[in-house]
Design a protein around this ligand. Structure first.
Ligand code: AMP
Ligand code: GLY
Length: 443
């Protein structure tokens, strides 16, 4: 009897030792602020060991592999050659569209992210619209064209303003909002005849212009079950007051207070679940993060776009609110066991503001030293366009350089923490929006 207890005790101890020493290494594909936020959250998991980046960046505390995010064969080889890499997380749109997840899975490597067929919801706007039409998911009215003359004939009579969208991936730039009929006809030429966005313009979607406010709703899904993250709001224009050029995103906050429980329930019922079911019926169940870009007008909610991945910079505000283990969530999405998890989020508020290089999104300098990072307190810094300079410090290496993010009980305190810390960080020609989350605070 006594013996038995002792044996049980020693077995237990051995299990604990195994848990402590045998951690899983993870490879994260991508190298921006979004990936940094993913890596930071994965690092909070007791089960995660080393984190590799393909390519990662010098600011995000990963082992940089030197492999680019679209070098998909090299990524597969790297993951296959490192036995202790137990999961590869594919964050950006391009490698998803190139079928990286399919290739990893074919080699027996656990991969987080949708297959190429499921990611088509993002890489073909014509396909996404067709799915929405066939499965009754609310979206803007539209027609799709592969023929320039037919597209122009439709645009000659459609409602104005109208929206012309290149079918394929175009770095978020393939959407042209046209206030006049002439602009619509010119936009069709830009996309289809001049091929301003390359092959992405082989087809166009001509879509009704929707009014309202935009909300990003990110979800985890294992193809069958779905779990909603807190809503968030991106700020795409470069300058205060939503002026200036479209960018990859200049800041975001979460959650979106205007989008309350009733709207969430309705969106889950009419938009989210029908999309998960639609992809099952299409034979391409969606596993990963499915992002719903929504336009909201009163209680009318329509899908503007799907993304097959975490959004940037929404992720830098959303993931810091997560209290559960992200590595475990990713595993459950892969294994089809998401319904077994109780995913917890704090109800605090989160804001992030992007610090960009002067001239972004057009032309900007690189290689400028970044200072003041050691003085940051009460906020986090997520790095995007940075690299290690000659003296070992971080220097700028892209348009969006970093983002400063804070969580607090209310938006006012989160915002103060972010802007107070931004004051401490300097690099040549740095610019940022001063009005991220302002309306939330001053009403
Ligand atoms: P998308 O890549 O489809 O989300 O489009 C990029 C941005 O263009 C959206 O975030 C909206 O600001 C705007 N947009 C796209 N489609 C529409 C639409 N039908 N009506 C109004 N604005 C739109
Ligand atoms: N923030 C929008 C996107 O990631 O596409």
């Amino acid at each position: 009897m006594f013996d038995k207890v002792k044996r049980t005790g020693s077995v237990r101890r051995r299990v604990e030792v195994t848990e402590l020493t045998e951690k899983d290494d993870v490879l994260v594909v991508g190298g921006g602020g979004r990936e940094h936020a993913i890596v930071a959250k994965l690092r909070e998991s007791a089960r995660v060991g080393k984190v590799y980046g393909a390519p990662g960046n010098a600011g995000m505390d990963v082992i940089e592999t030197g492999i680019g995010a679209t070098d998909i064969d090299a990524i597969v080889e790297f993951a296959a050659a490192h036995e202790n890499i137990k999961m590869t997380v594919v964050a950006p749109d391009d490698p998803l569209a190139m079928g990286l997840v399919d290739k990893l899975v074919a080699r027996g490597i656990r991969a987080f992210g949708p297959t190429r067929a499921a990611a088509k919801l993002e890489w073909s706007k014509a396909y996404a619209k067709d799915v929405m039409r066939r499965y009754g998911i609310p979206t803007a009215g539209y027609e799709t064209f592969t023929d320039v003359a037919a597209a122009k004939a439709y645009a000659a009579t459609c409602k104005i303003p109208t929206v012309i969208k290149a079918d394929g991936l175009a770095l978020g730039k393939g959407v042209l909002i046209c206030e006049t009929r002439e602009a619509a006809l010119a936009a069709i030429d830009e996309v289809m005849t001049d091929k301003k966005f390359g092959a992405a313009g082989n087809a166009v979607v001509v879509e009704d212009f929707l009014r309202g406010y935009e909300v990003s709703l990110l979800t985890f899904t294992d193809g069958e079950h779905v779990s909603l993250m807190p809503t968030s709001c991106d700020h795409k224009r470069a300058l205060d007051g939503d002026l200036g050029l479209n960018t990859g995103g200049m800041g975001a906050y979460a959650p979106c207070p205007a989008f309350g429980k009733a709207l969430l329930d309705k969106t889950l019922r009419d938009v989210v679940r029908p999309t998960i079911e639609a992809m099952k019926a299409e034979g391409a169940p969606f596993k990963g993060v499915l992002y719903f870009g929504l336009m909201v007008d009163g209680d009318d909610v329509r899908v503007l776009e799907y993304n097959a991945r975490f959004g940037d910079p929404e992720t830098q505000s959303v993931l810091p609110l997560l209290e559960s283990d992200l590595y475990e969530i990713f595993g459950a999405c892969i294994d089809g066991t998401l319904d077994k998890l109780d995913i917890r989020w704090t109800d605090k508020k989160s804001i992030n503001v992007v610090l960009a290089s002067g001239g972004y999104p057009v032309e900007y300098k690189k290689g400028c030293p970044i200072s003041g990072l050691d003085d940051v307190d009460g906020a986090r810094v997520y790095f995007a366009g940075v690299k290690r300079g000659a003296d070992g410090g971080l220097v700028t290496n892209g348009g969006r350089v970093l983002c400063v993010q804070a969580v607090a009980d209310d938006f006012g305190a989160a915002r103060d923490a972010v802007y107070r810390n931004i004051e401490k960080i300097t690099f040549d020609d740095c610019f940022y929006r001063k009005d991220i989350g302002e309306k939330l605070v001053i009403g």
